[in-house]
Design a protein around this ligand. Structure first.
Ligand code: NAD
Ligand code: TDX
Length: 332
């Protein structure tokens, strides 16, 4: 059986990717490498625990990464510090994991000739004006705004340089905002859903006009599998649902689907440097690889996601206490 090493597989997208792989691509033997930071949770892998191998470890640990990469046919790299607000408060872990960690993986795949897929974000391109038809493409110049996006941009640049200079077999993807089960409650959608479940009001940064292109995590992960199967080595693919919504619209949809008045939310101080709008032109992955989002109804997706958080309070309660203590310190 070919072996796939999944870094960050105990986080939101990595855990859903691991579930998706076990369910839809059972020919792979999956090894998850995850440091179990505050954002990682072994319980997210509970449903597939018997089908995979879990290794607790750090992607900055060169010896461990070398050993696991030597045994793998493919590395799918999700591990990262992922939250913009945390990066504004304390950037150093972002430099370490997102830049140095990616460098360690690159050196290991270079030594062993292992295929790599690097998972990244559209935030590397900076932001777009609110009222325009502009979209990011694979050729858009990098212009990151936050320490998070700057370190993700650096990691993408390293992957491209290693591909060109050393000929490593790598592909990259830059996806829009994801939502779905097992997302950490520090992030926008699960924060608001769990606030409502606890009888508290959603909290909107600033006026709530900022726009994101919400994409279901399974659509993202289906795209990653297509790239692994048929993506061209050295290429980058943008991923996104095409469904742009303001933060205010999302909060109203959440309140509505959860049976609350749509204006039962509060405004809180804005995020410094808050990116206005992200939107991806996904023509390349659609025409080259035939990818299409399956989840094309955000109201239905939010309703299902709210249902998941309602049914899985055990999974998020402890994370919620810690996340809200942090937000209190940040005044948001
Ligand atoms: P997450 O924060 O939920 O999960 C990150 C995982 O990485 C956690 O399990 C954590 O324990 C692990 N990790 C962190 N540092 C590590 C280290 N040094 N060594 C090993 N493991 C470590 O993040 P996510 O939202 O699932 O994002 C996954 C990837 O997808 C990231 O690379 C992110 O940049 C990218 N991405 C996320 C989104 C989104 O909307 N969430 C959109 C586009 C791209
Ligand atoms: O309580 C909140 N209120 C609010 O209005 C939170 C937590 C967020 N927001 C706003 C900020 C953003 O405009 O909602 C939007 C989404 O916020 P986040 O969930 O923090 O996502 P974002 O900053 O857009 O980044 C996300 O998408 C791209 C992920 O966290 C990144 O890892 C990914 O790369």
């Amino acid at each position: 059986m070919p072996t796939m090493l999944v870094t960050g597989g105990a986080g939101f997208i990595g855990a859903n990717f691991t579930h998706y792989t076990v369910r839809h691509h059972p020919r792979w033997r999956v090894v998850v490498l995850d440091a179990l930071t505050y954002a990682g949770d072994r319980a997210s892998l509970g449903p597939v625990a018997g089908d995979i191998t879990f290794v607790r470890g750090d992607i900055c640990d060169a010896d461990l990464v070398d050993r696991l990469t030597a045994e793998a046919d493919v590395v799918v790299h999700f591990a990262a510090e992922s939250h913009v607000d945390n990066s504004l408060h304390d950037p150093e872990p972002f430099l370490r994991t997102n830049v140095v960690g990616t460098f360690r993986l690159l050196e290991a795949v270079r030594r062993h000739g292992t295929r790599l897929h690097h998972v990244s974000t559209d935030e590397v391109f900076g932001d777009l004006p609110l009222d325009s038809a502009q979209r990011f493409t694979e050729a858009t110049a990098y212009d990151p705004s936050s320490p998070y996006s700057a370190t993700k941009a650096a990691s993408d640049m390293l992957v491209r340089a290693w591909a060109r200079s050393y000929g490593i077999r790598a592909t990259l993807s830059n996806c829009a905002n994801n939502y779905g089960p097992y997302q950490h409650v520090e992030k926008f959608i699960p924060r608001q859903i769990t606030n409502v479940l606890r009888g508290e009001r959603p909290r909107l940064y600033g006026a709530g006009v900022n726009v994101r292109e919400w994409t279901h995590v399974d659509d993202h992960n289906a795209a990653v599998h297509l790239i692994l199967e048929a993506g061209r080595i050295g290429e980058t693919y943008l991923i996104g649902s095409g469904d742009e919504r303001s933060n205010r619209e999302i909060v109203e949809l959440i309140l509505d689907t959860m049976g609350r008045p749509v204006d039962a939310y509060d405004h809180v101080p804005d995020r410094p440097g808050h990116d206005l709008r992200y939107a991806n032109d996904t023509s390349k992955i659609r025409t080259e690889l035939g990818w299409r989002p399956v989840y094309d109804d955000i109201a239905a997706g939010l309703s299902a996601t709210a249902g998941w958080y309602r049914a899985n309070e055990w999974w998020w309660t402890a994370h919620k206490e810690r996340a809200e203590r942090r937000y209190q310190e940040l005044g948001r």
